[in-house]
Design a protein around this ligand. Structure first.
Ligand code: BTN
Length: 253
């Protein structure tokens, strides 16, 4: 049937023609009551933010949205959200557009190793409880690749874009994504995380590859052999296994 079928996510939707960043708006909303599940969508962003303090170029045509969650559980689950969100988006793209995407750790979606969507999560944790999570999603949909090449300059790979296949597929994609996100959110809440991990690994292009990982302090080369239950990447290097919590990875070694 038509329409949004979620219970929590998207109960309120804020839509803007132009905004600085949906992520920043969600940050301001997080101070208010009754905003758990609120979604902020913008036609274009003037100061879109990417991971690692990068700028995220967000011209009209693309899908730029943030989801504000105020879950009442402990912070040990936070690291699963990047994985769960990228999985939810990949499933939604497959269902609505019939396109396969690969998942690149920690949370990029790619097509033929070109980035088609990125995820940014801002979290606030106080005394081991999650105060809020802001899940930001940028999908290169209906945007000219040339308009967004700047944003991937430092990311070692090119951009891919999705195009409208039928009237309304953009709306349907957003609705499906929010539904899939609510599904993984409920799974995390109820402790069913191995399911998410297995599905993520199936769609991942990272596991089994030799990679170069750049963290804030070092550059590491090794083989990505798996992920642990928190979502950390396991890198095998000189016979030792190292856990990566946050890094930028490249398949060039
Ligand atoms: C990345 O660096 O890969 C993450 C990009 C996340 C971009 C989205 S667009 C909607 C939301 N608002 C922002 O300012 N950033 C995120």
């Amino acid at each position: 049937s038509d329409g949004l079928q979620t219970d929590i996510i998207g109960r309120k939707i804020y839509y803007f023609n132009t905004i600085d960043s949906t992520q920043n708006f969600a940050l301001r909303l997080s101070e208010w009551p009754h905003e758990n599940g609120s979604v902020i969508i913008a036609k274009k962003q003037t100061r879109g933010r990417g991971r690692l303090n990068r700028k995220w170029v967000s011209p009209s045509g693309g899908i730029w949205l943030s989801v504000l969650l105020k879950p009442n559980f402990d912070s040990s689950h936070t690291s699963l959200f990047p994985m769960a969100t990228s999985l939810a988006l990949s499933i939604a793209i497959k269902k609505i557009l019939k396109i396969d995407t690969q998942l690149k750790w920690p949370n990029d979606l790619t097509i033929n190793d070109k980035k088609v969507a990125g995820i940014l999560i801002d979290a606030s944790i106080e005394s081991n409880k999650i105060e809020y999570l802001i899940i930001g999603v940028g999908i290169n949909f209906q945007v000219k690749p040339s308009a967004i090449t700047r944003q991937i300059k430092n990311q070692n790979y090119g951009v891919a874009t999705l195009v409208e296949k039928e009237n309304n597929s953009q709306v349907k994609l957003v609705q499906q994504f929010l539904l899939e996100l609510e599904h993984v959110y409920n799974q995390i809440m109820s402790g069913h995380v191995s399911n998410i991990q297995q599905k993520w690994i199936k769609r991942s292009s990272t596991i089994g590859k030799n990679i170069t990982a750049t963290t804030t302090t070092e550059v590491l080369r090794g083989k990505a052999i798996g992920i642990d239950k928190t979502g950390a990447l396991l890198l095998s290097k000189d016979g030792k296994i190292q856990k990566l919590l946050a890094a930028d990875i490249s398949y060039k070694t």
